[in-house]
Write a protein that binds this ligand. Structure first.
Ligand SMILES: [Zn+2]
Length: 311
C-alpha cells in the first residue's frame, strides 16, 4: 500500500454542485463538508481522472460506469486494461476493485481580499491534518496569526467586513509539505481559529448570476435568471490517494506491459503503473477541468504531488 498526498490549485473557480436546489442565497449551491466548508468530493475527483485517463489511453467505453444499453459504451473488463484495472470495473457478472482510492479534497488555503491586498486564510485544524502533526494553534476567535514579514497596519487586519487583531507570534509554514506552495501564498498566509474559518470561507465564495438561453431564439429565457456559487480561483486544496498492489490479480504482467507501452519506466511495478495512469488523468484536469459550469470557464485544477508515500 502506498499513500500519496497531493495539492490541488484551482486555476478557475470550481463549482461542484449539490445537484439540487436549496433555499438560501443562491440557486445552485456547492457541496460542503460536515463543518460547512466547501470540498471537492472524492467521487468528483476520481470520476474526472478516470474519464481523462480513458481518453489518454483511447479506452472511451471504460471511462465511466458500464452501460448495458451500449449507448454510453461498455467497459472492456480486460485483465490488462489500464483503465478497468486501475480504477476497477463492474460488468455483468464480473467485477474488480480499484487499485486507487481517493479522499475528498479539503481546502488548505483560501484567498480573501483585504484592505492591504489578497491573503490566504487557513486554520490550525487544517494545517495539523495536512502535516499530520499538532504543531499549529491560534489563540481566540478575535485574533489571527500572520506569516513573518507580513505587514499589518496598526496590528489589525480585516477579512471581508470583520476586523481581527494580529497576534505577536507568527505563523511558520516550514513543514516539508508546504515546499510546493508558492511563496506569495505562504508569505500572505493568515491563520484563524477553526470556528472562524468556515465563516470566512462562506462569506467570500464567488456568487455569480447567469441566465439560461433559449436554444431556438438565442435570447434569454423568461424567468431563467439563476445564481450559483463557486470556490474562487487560487484556492489550494489537498487530498490523498491510497494505491494498492493486488499481488494476486490475474494478469499483473499484462497490465504493467500495457501501461509500459506509454510509460517504460514503470518496469515491473504494478503500483508505479497505476500511478502513471492516474497521473495522465490528473494532467488533463489542468486543461479540461472538473465539476460544473465548464462552458463558463470553470473547473481547471492543477494537481501536484506533495510526497510520494512509501507506507
Ligand atoms: Zn477497460
Amino acid at each position: 500500500m502506498d499513500i500519496v498526498k497531493y495539492l490541488a490549485t484551482a486555476l478557475d473557480p470550481i463549482h461542484i454542485g449539490t445537484g439540487g436546489y436549496r433555499l438560501g442565497r443562491v440557486d445552485n449551491t456547492i457541496i460542503r463538508d460536515f463543518d460547512n466548508v466547501p470540498k471537492i468530493p472524492a467521487t468528483a475527483i476520481a470520476g474526472a481522472i478516470r474519464s481523462y485517463a480513458a481518453l489518454y489511453f483511447e479506452k472511451r467505453g471504460c471511462a465511466g460506469k458500464d452501460d448495458i444499453t451500449g449507448k454510453g459504451g461498455r467497459q472492456c473488463g480486460e485483465t490488462n486494461c489500464p483503465i478497468c484495472v486501475t480504477f476497477g470495473y463492474s460488468k455483468d457478472t464480473e467485477a474488480r476493485v480499484s487499485m486507487v482510492s481517493f479522499s475528498d479534497a479539503r481546502i488548505l488555503f483560501f484567498p480573501v481580499s483585504t484592505m492591504i491586498g489578497p491573503v490566504w486564510v487557513t486554520s490550525p485544524g487544517r494545517l495539523n491534518e495536512f502535516t499530520n502533526s499538532q504543531n499549529y494553534e491560534c489563540g481566540s476567535d478575535e485574533e489571527l496569526k500572520v506569516a513573518e514579514n507580513f505587514q499589518a497596519p496598526d496590528g489589525r487586519i480585516n477579512l471581508g467586513w470583520v476586523l481581527f487583531k494580529v497576534k505577536k507570534d507568527h505563523l511558520t509554514l516550514s513543514d516539508a509539505g508546504f515546499a510546493q506552495i508558492p511563496s506569495v501564498i505562504k508569505n500572505n498566509a493568515i491563520c484563524v481559529t477553526d470556528r472562524i474559518f468556515p465563516l470566512i470561507v462562506n462569506a467570500n465564495l464567488e456568487v455569480r448570476t447567469s441566465v439560461s438561453i433559449d436554444p431556438f431564439t438565442g435570447a434569454a429565457l423568461e424567468g431563467a435568471l439563476f445564481t450559483y456559487e463557486a470556490v474562487p480561483r487560487i484556492t489550494i486544496f489537498w487530498f490523498e490517494c491510497i494505491y494498492q498492489d493486488y499481488k494476486n490479480f490475474g494478469d499483473a504482467k499484462g497490465y504493467i506491459s500495457k501501461v509500459g507501452e506509454k510509460f517504460p519506466d514503470v518496469q515491473d511495478n504494478a503500483i508505479k503503473a497505476a500511478k502513471a495512469v492516474v497521473r495522465t488523468g490528473m494532467d488533463w484536469c489542468e486543461v479540461l477541468g472538473i465539476g460544473g459550469m465548464n462552458t463558463r470557464g470553470f473547473g481547471r485544477l492543477r494537481i501536484n504531488v506533495v510526497n510520494s508515500g512509501g507506507k
